[in-house]
Design a protein around this ligand. Structure first.
Ligand code: HEM
Length: 514
């Protein structure tokens, strides 16, 4: 067994056990889930609008059906599924089960609340292509409530309408394109150096000298250090032997946030007036946000002070993302606090779980590991430190990340509130309906990806320049104007880490273990 296998399989046995059963572990710990995957929302089952019924003869012949006619589980069975059978931990499985039972568009009811789930690639494409200038995310009420309570601003994840549009247009100029994030390549590389040192150290401490347990903890710290290096322009020391106390506190706040998501989802399903009876989820939610904001404010304020004194001394101010935001003043300082806090939250579990799954898949598929290793050796050799530029010449590495996210998308779906009436899949969907776009189902559909359960990173490699690779079957970062703004940062962090791990540990296996 290769070192890579040892590095990962032991940990996976401990941490996840069975592949499908345990995907919930990371799915649930992920930040965005309550923010983006649709579970609850309110829509009315209205009769067809007069306009649609009477428009033209052609329309009359193919009258859209009403929501009342749409199949789907009823309230009782849903309540049973979610509250009795721990459905919030199995949203991805339920998505697949329900789409098999009810078809590619179905509704789920929770009392007065209704969600229309869309589990078809073309219908998902139709929804996302028709989005307006400021698409609305679902299930953000608890986030808004906290911000109002503490008089804090919303950030990109939680903001809506004009506020969102304004902040998005500032940030998209800075981090949306590969060439924008290439400037962070050296910072990320330094964090990868520390990751490799940490792996070497942990291996040396293990009883067999090769195995690292709890690899996800390692990737969690790597992802946190990497995103903080970009967002705060400083190092936190997550990968050092002795982690600074304020960083430990922040890690605790993050863990609390991720672990309270499930309870928060339950809390979201329970009416507010029941909070006095079940106070814990809401208290934990507020505590963790307090901790996250506290930490971000410290770092933003520190940089702000440095900039002010540089300016007083008449010095030129240079720096990265935070410096730009503080100097350009296109957002208020409160908005900057909110955005760095949300981005840090968004950028840790997502990236770290994807790295864990990628390592697991490589360990389980030594043949693929071998092919990827060969590509890395051919392009870089064992010593050259990869840059963002090099990744363009490593299609297998890019395919590895895409295929990992297809099989194990960190978020099983996206949530949207429709901003106009629409007809979808033959149904009339009124404005204000909550949609759940089920890309876990579409990613594992053989129609979209032949032999969809097989791990084949090469399916993402273009053999000819005219090859069209599917876009909407697998959209782990979402699509369009409200898609993940951190996609390029996440890819940079994952690509550079995986390249170096493959360079270092595969080589170790060849030279010392065999
Ligand atoms: C593997 C890594 C990641 C995955 C799979 C992922 C996935 C997603 C998804 C599915 C969405 C929702 C898109 C939609 O609603 O259409 C999203 C939104 C978002 N993500 Fe990520 N994400 C990742 C990493 C990151 C990182 C590193 C950052 C920080 C820089 C980040 C920041 C955000 C923000 C701020 C939003 C909200 C965007 C908006 O509403 O305008 N994400 N992400």
């Amino acid at each position: 067994m290769s070192v890579m296998n040892k590095l990962t399989t032991t940990c996976w046995r401990n941490f996840y056990g069975d592949r499908r059963n345990k995907q919930m572990l990371f799915v649930l710990r992920c930040l965005h889930k309550s923010a983006t995957s649709g579970t609850f929302g309110i829509a009315r089952e209205e009769p067809l609008s007069e306009r649609l019924i009477t428009s033209t003869d052609a329309t009359k012949k193919r009258l859209p059906k009403t929501l009342a006619e749409m199949p789907g589980p009823g309230t009782i069975s849903n309540l049973f599924e979610f509250f009795w059978r721990d459905g919030f931990s199995r949203i991805h499985e339920i998505q697949i089960e329900h789409s098999k039972m009810y078809g590619k568009i179905f509704k789920s009811r929770f009392g007065p609340q209704l969600v229309v789930s869309v589990a078809d690639r073309d219908l998902v494409a139709e929804v996302l292509r028709a989005e307006g200038v400021a698409p609305q995310r679902a299930n953000m009420e608890s986030w808004h409530e906290y911000r109002d309570m503490r008089r804090r601003s919303t950030g990109l994840i939680s903001a809506e309408g004009e506020d969102w549009l304004r902040m998005r247009s500032v940030l998209r100029q800075l981090i949306m394109r590969p060439r924008d994030v290439a400037v962070f390549s050296d910072d990320v590389s330094e964090v990868v150096d520390d990751l490799i040192k940490r792996i070497v150290y942990l291996r040396s401490q293990s009883s067999d000298g090769t195995t690292i347990c709890n690899i996800n903890d390692l990737f969690f710290k790597y992802a946190m250090e990497g995103i903080a290096a970009i967002l705060y322009e400083c190092r936190l020391g997550c990968l050092s032997e002795k982690i600074p106390q304020e960083t430990e506190d922040y890690i605790d706040a993050l863990h609390l946030m991720f672990s309270s998501f499930k309870t928060t989802m339950y809390a979201g399903a329970i009416p507010k007036w029941l909070r006095p009876v079940f106070p814990k989820p809401w208290e934990e939610f507020c505590d963790s946000w307090d901790g996250l904001f506290r930490f971000s404010c410290v770092h933003v304020d520190k940089r702000l002070k440095q900039i002010e004194s540089q300016l007083q001394r008449g010095e030129k101010v240079t720096g990265g993302l935070l410096t730009y935001m503080l100097v350009a003043k296109e957002m208020s300082v409160e908005e900057i606090y909110a955005n760095v806090t949300e981005m840090l939250l968004a950028g840790v579990d997502t990236t770290s779980f994807t790295l864990s799954w990628a390592s697991y898949l490589l360990a389980r598929h030594p043949d693929v590991q071998q092919q990827i290793h060969a590509e890395v050796m051919r392009v870089l050799g064992s010593e050259k430190v990869a840059t963002a530029e090099d990744v363009q010449h490593l299609p297998f590495i890019r395919g590895l990340v895409k295929e990992t996210l297809r099989l194990f998308p960190v978020l099983p779906g996206n949530g949207r509130i429709t901003q106009d009436d629409m007809v979808l899949g033959g149904y009339f969907i009124p404005k204000g309906t909550q949609l759940a776009l089920c890309h876990y189902s579409t990613s594992l559909d053989d129609e979209n990806f032949p032999s969809s359960l097989e791990f084949r990173p090469d399916r993402w490699i273009r053999k000819h320049s005219s090859d069209r690779l599917d876009n909407f079957g697998s959209i782990p970062f979402g699509y369009g104007i409200r898609s993940c703004i951190g996609k390029r940062i996440a890819e940079l962090e994952m690509h550079l880490a995986l390249i170096r791990i493959i360079q270092k540990f595969h080589c170790l296996r060849v030279s010392s273990n065999d």
